[in-house]
Design a protein around this ligand. Structure first.
Ligand code: ACO
Length: 325
């Protein structure tokens, strides 16, 4: 039976030029390269310049994805930006990106699911495309987390970086089998009981300030492996694929120990996992599309490959998307 699938036609990314190494971090807080590398795997991160906005990073990533997709912006009718660090409280960063791209039809809005934002945004776009409401979407994950870090808190400021990634999705008729191209299965979850484990201590409706990121790292870590592995299994069950049939894992890049824990639980060899956190740190909603972009540029994505994207973040929120490239 013919069905509509959301096929990924192009991927792009953009990182700010400025790189802050772990050695640079030792001049900001009491830390060491050894501590950061051993606990997290992070060696450096990109940090936006003063005045370089989330939308600037998002626009650059989206433009690259559009060029690679061979899609004219006038043919885009949906722009979704996953971000926890919007340019302004409103309007949505997605409409700023929409304008800069020259997209004038359809709809644009932001999705706020912190580090899971891109997986959430892909899921939302997929449902709109499958329903026939929109035909072509640009889905962006863009963050300037450096703006909400407490640069005196060594337990958090060493972990994050800035950046953006984007994909172009197109609704295409497929056969309705698991061999189809495009997004085959999605699964998103949240549990607000864990709100206090990872949050920002400000906001327009509470403190009238932007606030700073606060995290109980140990507790977040405790939830991460179990919740990520669980949602991957749920995503696979829908299609009947097993973990060892996935060609490429494109995980959220929070911590090498989380990546290793999930891989061990599912029995996935390191060669099938895309890792960027050593050079990007945790870029929240940007991390999955940045990793997807790296896989594309390293020719690790071949047409027909099964690709599994996953993330977990503040909320807690978590989710996974299975797609055939
Ligand atoms: N440099 C040196 N020492 C540090 C640093 C630092 N940057 N940060 C904390 N420490 C110290 C602490 O003060 C503490 O010292 P003490 O024992 O004298 O009190 C010691 O290191 C251990 O601190 P913990 O917080 O217990 O360290 P832990 O082993 O849990 O590692 C970490 C911390 C890396 C944050 C870990 O908990 C983790 O990775 N958690 C997952 C959280 C995460 O990745 N969040 C990202 C957002 S959510 C997501 O994306 C999935």
């Amino acid at each position: 039976m013919a069905v509509i699938r959301s096929v990924i036609r192009g991927v792009g990314a953009h990182l700010p030029k400025r790189v802050i190494t772990n050695a640079d971090m030792t001049k900001i807080v009491d830390t060491s390269d050894d501590w950061i590398v051993e606990r997290t795997g992070i060696r450096e991160r990109h940090i936006a310049e003063e005045g370089e906005r989330t939308s600037d990073l998002g626009v650059a990533a989206a433009k690259q994805a559009l060029v690679r997709a061979g899609v004219d912006p006038v043919d885009i009718d949906l722009v979704i930006c996953a971000t926890a660090t919007p340019d302004r409280t409103f309007p949505a960063t997605a409409v700023t990106i929409q304008r800069a791209l020259g997209v004038t039809k359809g709809a644009a809005f932001d999705v706020q699911a912190v580090c899971s934002g891109f997986v959430y945004a892909l899921t939302i776009a997929d449902n709109f495309l499958k329903s026939g409401q929109f035909k072509r979407a640009v889905v962006i994950g863009a963050e300037t987390f450096s703006r909400i870090l407490d640069w005196s808190d060594r337990a958090t400021c060493v972990l994050f970086g800035d950046g953006a990634g984007a994909v172009v999705l197109e609704a295409q008729p497929q056969h309705g089998t698991r061999e189809d191209r495009g997004i085959l299965s999605t699964c998103i979850r949240s549990d607000g009981r864990f709100e206090e484990l990872l949050y920002v201590d400000g906001g327009p409706g509470s403190t009238k300030t932007v606030g700073h990121l606060r995290m109980n790292g140990r507790e977040v870590f405790r939830h991460a492996v179990q919740k990520i592995a669980g949602v991957i299994e749920e995503t696979l069950v829908t299609t009947g694929y097993a973990a060892d049939e996935i060609d490429l894992y494109v995980p959220h890049q929070a911590n090498k120990r989380i990546l290793a824990g999930v891989a061990k639980k599912l029995g996935v060899e390191p060669e099938r996992i895309v890792v960027t956190l050593d050079r990007h740190g945790n870029t929240s909603a940007a991390s999955v599309p940045l990793a997807l972009n790296q896989a594309f540029e390293q020719h690790r994505l071949k047409e027909g490959n099964l690709v599994l994207m996953e993330a977990m973040g503040g909320g807690l929120t978590w989710g996974a998307v299975l797609a055939r490239w």
